[in-house]
Design a protein around this ligand. Structure first.
Ligand code: NAD
Ligand code: DAU
Length: 354
């Protein structure tokens, strides 16, 4: 049976990608490679425990020997690369991990994959793909009236996170032009949905609203993001993997631009509706706090290329996706408690790969 190898498959988007992928009984198996940092949760993948098509390996993408061994044993037909350090605030306080995983890790993965790819026969080499999952943050900040970022947008990263992702995008591009490795890159806007670690805006606000804690809004709350429901992102990645042209990049976005204040108001209203509070609206908990340094004012994506070339359009509106998300967090408060306590990291789970 053919396999794909997914890095970062125990994180927010990776978990959603792997579980969505395996819904199809005909789908190839998944070799899930994840270091299990604070952001990962193997328990999330427990539903796959009885699915023999899912193989988990606790591996750091900076470990060349381990990657070589995995590739030689598992012989994937494609690699989908999600693994990264992803939280902008952490990158401001402690940038070193971002350089290590996002730049050195991506380089190490590219080198391991290139060596493996050269061992394949001609047909398998042509069919092979490495899909690098990246972000719209590499393009910097838009002015109020600018058109959304297209694939031709100039790189202008403003945080250590964005700069590390930009560097990884450049390395991936270079491996196509220099070595002919058949790579694809996607640059996506802000995701939200089930299994997102509650340090990011939407899950943090849901958790704090439920707990009656302050809802910290950076600056004036008028920074804008283009929100995409995670299942729509995962479907876009599947489409690009199946039908994207090697060497090309594809921008993915929801067409759902909102200010942070609008997002937090919408969350408060949904939490009030689903769990009424005798003390009144959760909007009372909003607290304006000092701004994030280098805080990008506005992101928006022009996803026209993906729509025209691959027929992808998002299926969730912001309202439908946010409602599902708030409901999921209300129904899964034990999950939130377990990922924030760090307790799960003592339980590593199964490791079949090496
Ligand atoms: P996440 O932080 O939830 O998960 C990252 C995963 O990578 C974790 O499971 C972690 O354990 C793993 N990881 C970290 N360092 C590793 C290493 N050295 N070796 C192996 N595994 C390692 O991130 P996410 O939000 O799911 O993002 C996944 C990818 O999508 C990232 O590349 C990110 O840049 C990109 N992206 C995210 C968003 C978003 O809104 N979340 C938007 C666009 C692009
Ligand atoms: O655009 C894609 C990017 O989206 C991904 O590449 C990143 O991995 C992902 O973390 C996300 O980055 P952001 O910085 O946009 O996401 P975050 O959830 O941290 O913040 C969203 C907005 O909300 C941003 O303008 C900062 C603001 N914010 C965030 C937090 C955590 C607040 O006002 N208060 C908060 O407490």
């Amino acid at each position: 049976m053919a396999n794909i190898l997914v890095t970062g498959g125990a994180g927010f988007i990776g978990t959603n990608f792997v579980t969505d992928w395996l819904v199809d009984p005909q789908a190839d198996g998944v070799v899930n490679v994840d270091k299990l940092t604070y952001a990962a949760n193997l328990h999330t993948l427990a539903s796959l425990d009885r699915d023999e098509r899912h193989v988990f390996s606790r591996t750091d993408i900076c470990d060349r020997q381990a990657l070589d061994a995995l590739l030689a044993i598992q012989r994937p037909r494609a690699v989908v690369h999600f693994a990264a350090e992803t939280h902008v605030d952490r990158s401001i306080h402690e940038p070193a991990n971002f350089i290590e995983t996002n730049i050195v890790g991506t380089f190490t993965l590219l080198e391991a994959v290139r060596a493996y790819w050269l061992t394949l026969d001609r047909g398998a080499r042509q069919a092979f793909r490495l899909l690098h999952v990246s972000t719209d943050e590499v393009f910097g900040s838009l002015g109020p009236d600018d058109a959304g970022f297209s694939e031709a947008a100039v790189y202008a990263p403003n945080s250590p996170y964005a700069a590390s992702k930009a560097a990884s995008d450049h390395l991936v591009r270079a491996y196509f032009h220099t070595y002919g490795l058949p790579v694809l890159t996607t640059n996506c806007s802000n995701n939200y949905g089930p299994y997102q670690f509650p340090e990011k805006l939407i899950p943090l606000m849901i958790a704090n609203a439920l707990a009656g804690k302050p809802l910290p809004i950076y600056g004036d709350g008028l920074n804008r993001r283009d929100w995409l429901y995670v299942a729509d992102h995962c479907r876009a990645v599947r489409d690009v993997l199946a039908r994207g042209v090697p060497g090309e990049t594809y921008n993915i976005g929801g067409g759902n631009e909102r200010t942070n204040l609008e997002v937090v108001h919408a969350i408060c209203d949904l939490v009030d509706e689903m769990r009424p509070d005798a003390q009144g609206s959760r909007r009372r908990l909003i607290a304006f706090v000092p701004d994030r340094p280098g805080h990008d004012r506005r992101y928006a994506i022009d996803a026209g290329k993906l729509a025209h070339e691959l027929g992808w359009v998002p299926s969730e509106t912001f309202e439908s996706g946010l409602r599902k998300t708030v409901q999921w967090y209300l129904n899964n408060q034990a999950w939130v408690a377990s990922v924030t306590s760090g307790e799960y990291r003592h339980s590593i789970g199964r490791d079949y790969a090496t």
